[in-house]
Ligand binder design. Structure first.
Ligand SMILES: [Zn+2]
Length: 476
């Protein structure tokens, strides 16, 4: 192609961009985590430069960060695990983690800050008035002690689970920071979307699985630094192991990587790719440049992070497949379309269970799909009758905060099983084709935003049906 011709095309392109699509001129700025961490001997030494871009209709004189790692400390009130589950959480005996903040500064000057809450779980950093459109960079130095555990933050025989380890900005709602306490049940999280630039330095024998797209690897003798970027992430996490088998492929411009221990990595990677293809054509585009599925010794079946899924390595293969599909569905329902997982965890969990059911039903595993519904129904019914016999008072409300759940048994039946049944019942009412069409509408209408029950009903219709399920007025 000749240069002149190129110039004409470029001129036409600029004109079209500026005059026909004026909104394309400038992408909206987002707040950014610039995080640099070093793992060594059971602890993380971290430096965070948090660029807060005020895109809200409010003026701020502080930012609130959640110090999730303090849920892991001795004597914490809002703990990450129930007492009866401690043996699974701490295979080598109960022990503790925590985060300590050593320095907070703004523009190289020390900043005023306070750490507060029953477990010192919140950090508030003060500054002069920041109006809409203005930005500020807050620097926080911290050290996080990692407990020996199988929790979201934990070191164990298989590797290191690295979530909950850095200061995470609290969700802003109506111009205010929400202060959400940790919880031993469910996922006590709710966050705005951010961009991330993250570098992690580890002893070179570790392989790192991460939320971000890899941008640079630097080997410095005994340590290696991996750099990543993630755009529009709801959160960011890592898994580290010395024993990973890694299988990787780029399909449709997305980098897929499976990190496992069983020798089945290639097969499970193909499942992940197939699953992303199905959800992309069913609901809408996958939101990231990469997806890592990584196994670990983990107390739950799995856990979702933007661009990264934790999968419990001790799960039998057949169950593992179901967990993989469920956690991948969270990339749509949690990451791209968020919700308050503390106040209405049944929304993303139910949508992911229903998405898993749809995947199996439409990908040669009809029996598995039917079994999911059967087991949700029988599980929920037995929960209902046991609770009624024991207390005579069953709380079947789905729309309620995590702190109201007595145990994992109750949460599983309400947020997963009952919620799946609400969506399957909806499909029975409108037909699968319409149900899928409306889910795609839900995705499109709320992409990079958050949903509530009200917003769900706006896209799916059948308000009476969903309200009856959510507020406990349905007999199953
Ligand atoms: Zn889930």
């Amino acid at each position: 192609m000749q240069q002149t011709f190129k110039a004409i095309i470029l001129f036409v392109f600029i004109c079209v961009t500026v005059f026909v699509f004026p909104s394309c001129k400038k992408e909206q700025k987002r707040s950014l985590y610039d995080l640099s961490v070093r793992y060594e001997d059971g602890k993380i030494d971290g430096k965070l430069a948090y660029k807060f871009v005020n895109t809200y209709n409010a003026t701020f004189n502080h930012v609130v960060f959640n110090l999730h790692a303090n849920a892991y400390k001795e004597g914490a009130k809002y703990r990450p695990v129930f007492k009866n589950n401690e043996e699974k959480a701490y295979p080598s005996g109960v022990n503790y983690g925590e985060i300590s903040v050593s320095k907070v500064s703004i523009d190289s000057s020390p900043a005023k800050y306070e750490i507060y809450g029953d477990d010192c779980q919140f950090l508030k950093v003060f500054f002069d008035e920041l109006k809409k459109g203005e930005e500020i960079i807050i620097h926080i130095d911290f050290i996080t002690k990692i407990p020996n555990s199988t929790l979201r933050l934990g070191e164990n025989e298989k590797g290191i689970n690295l979530a909950d380890f850095f200061p995470v900005v609290s969700k802003i709602q109506d111009g205010k920071f929400l202060e959400i306490n940790y919880s031993p049940v469910g996922d006590p999280f709710f966050a705005d979307l951010h961009d991330y630039k993250v570098a992690v330095t580890v002893p070179s024998q570790y392989t790192v699985a991460s939320s971000g797209f890899p941008t640079l690897t630097t080997v410095d003798g005994i340590t290696t630094t991996y750099s990543y970027e993630l755009s529009m992430g709801r959160d960011f996490a890592f898994l580290l192991s010395k024993d990973y088998n890694v299988s990787s492929k780029t399909v449709d411009g997305i980098l897929f990587t499976y990190y496992g221990f069983s020798g089945e990595e290639e097969k499970l990677l193909d499942l992940a790719i197939d699953c992303v293809k199905y959800f992309s054509t069913t609901f809408g585009d996958f939101p990231y440049k990469s997806l890592s599925i990584a196994e670990s010794k983990f107390i739950l079946g799995g856990m979702e992070y933007s661009g990264l899924c934790f999968i419990n390595c001790d799960t039998p293969t057949d169950d593992k497949k179901q967990i993989i599909v469920h956690e991948i569905a969270h990339q749509w329902w949690h990451s791209a379309v968020g919700n308050n997982q503390y106040a209405n965890g049944y929304l993303d969990e139910g949508l992911c269970e229903y998405s898993t059911y749809l995947y199996f039903k439409n990908n040669n595993a009809k029996t598995k799909a039917n079994d999911m519904v059967k087991s949700a129904k029988s599980g929920y019914k037995s929960f209902f009758s046991i609770e009624e016999t024991l207390s005579g008072n069953v709380n079947t409300v789905m729309e309620r905060e995590l702190c109201t759940f007595k145990n994992e048994f109750e949460y599983t039946h309400i947020a997963y099983n009952k919620s799946l049944l609400a969506f399957v019942e909806y499909e029975n009412l409108v037909g699968e084709k319409k149900a899928i069409e409306n889910l795609a509408k839900l995705y499109k209408n709320n992409l990079y935003g958050e949903i509530t029950l009200e917003k769900l009903i706006k896209s799916l219709g059948y308000g009476e049906h969903f309200n009856a399920f959510a507020y406990g007025k349905v007999l199953i």
